[in-house]
Design a protein around this ligand. Structure first.
Ligand code: SF4
Length: 376
């Protein structure tokens, strides 16, 4: 079920300034631009709009460097018309910077940053009516059930839930009443926070779709004017990527359970399926194992042929195959955690959707421990 084509209007200027990603906020942006004789061109370099650009840079930098997304607090007073303009237009300026970069990684990080901010803020809204008004923008319907928990139509839940990991978000684990899925409290979150997590996915998707549409319409001259701004944030993104933990030389104890399980099965001459084999080959490449080392995993496979295995591994390495994510491994019976064979705290986290995230989390924790023990 798609989002409502025509969301109910939200005219409260404080609300549209606080949540400028709302579709309803575009009308407020237009009003701010017309009232202040501002257009996209003037946003780039008009002196008195520097506060807008500064706030936009904060939004962008926080989405690139912070895992929690953009800070929910701001020094901008959104109860004043000036503050409302700065919040709304800073969102717009950040968005056009992302679009002018044509960088998919930046787009993904920014959409994640804005949608995580929404998730955090919406989870704490005190007024049920205000929360409902916001939530209905992204859902075909919504209601409070008999037990006081939020409920959403099954069609919405089915469309959104594959994007979220964790047992809670699998339909068989959710109570359903007459086509409505009940979002009961769990994992230390109340029903509203659970629903905010669900809505985060729709907000992120919508932001990415809007940006892609804008990218198609980007004018070359405008892209040129944005070059300096784009260069700054893309440079930061590259620097951030280079400082993030490298996967190479991961110790065996850091390997995700799926990788350990597949390599053990092969060592025991179990006939691992195609998905499992390609996954093992591609993750071996990513963590820096040589083709020889990767080949050693396969020597006990029941159908082992040195020549064929070498050929297939070389193909995976040369074409830089990306390892499959958790959903694909789970569907293909390659995830021992989803089968209940193995317990893993990390794999049960909601954000866990890729074995490389497992590796990164393990290596980060190790790095932190090493630094702490080295500290005087
Ligand atoms: S949850 Fe993901 S990382 Fe963990 S074992 Fe399963 S597939 Fe691997």
């Amino acid at each position: 079920m798609p989002m409502p084509l025509q969301p109910k209007p939200i005219e409260d200027a404080v609300v549209t300034a606080r949540y400028p990603f709302l579709p309803q906020a575009s009308a407020a942006m237009k009003v701010h631009m017309e009232a202040n004789s501002v257009d996209l061109e003037s946003l780039v370099d008009t002196e008195w709009l520097e506060a807008v650009r500064v706030r936009a840079r904060v939004r962008l930098v926080e989405s690139v460097v912070s895992k929690e997304g953009i800070d929910t607090t701001t020094t901008v007073d959104i109860h004043t018309p000036y503050g409302q303009m700065v919040e709304c237009l800073s969102f717009l300026y950040a968005m056009v910077t992302v679009c002018a970069s044509f960088d998919e990684r930046l787009l993904a990080r920014w959409a994640e940053g804005e949608s995580s901010r929404a998730d955090q803020l919406w989870g704490t809204i005190e007024s049920e009516t205000s929360f409902q008004r916001l939530a209905e923008t992204y859902l075909s319907d919504i209601r409070i059930g008999e037990n006081g928990y939020w409920e959403v139509p099954m069609t919405d839940f089915i469309e959104i839930c594959p994007k979220i990991s964790g047992a809670y978000w699998r339909l068989p684990n959710r109570p359903v009443r007459q086509g409505w899925v009940i979002l009961s409290p769990a994992s230390g979150e109340n029903s509203q926070q659970r629903l905010s997590r669900l809505l985060k996915e729709r907000i992120r998707t919508r932001l990415i779709e809007d940006c892609r549409k804008r990218m198609e319409l980007m004018d070359e001259a405008f892209v040129g004017r944005m070059a300096e701004e784009v260069g700054r944030i893309v440079g930061l993104l590259k620097h951030q990527a280079s400082t993030e933990v490298s996967f190479t030389s991961a110790d065996e104890e850091d390997w995700p359970p799926c990788m350990r399980e597949i390599s053990t099965q092969l060592a025991q001459s179990v006939n691992v399926n195609h998905v499992g084999r390609v996954f093992l080959a591609s993750i071996s490449r990513v963590i820096g194992l040589t083709v020889d080392e990767a080949q050693a995993f396969f020597v006990n496979a029941p159908d082992y042929s040195a020549e064929t295995t070498r050929y297939q591994l070389t193909h995976v390495y040369e074409n830089e195959y990306t390892p499959a994510g958790c959903p694909k491994l789970q569907i293909n019976a390659c995830c021992p955690v989803s089968r209940g064979d193995v317990k893993s705290d990390l794999c049960n986290r909601e954000w866990m959707d890729h074995p490389l995230k497992y590796l990164r989390a393990r290596q980060r924790a190790k790095h932190r421990d090493e630094q702490q023990s080295a500290a005087p």
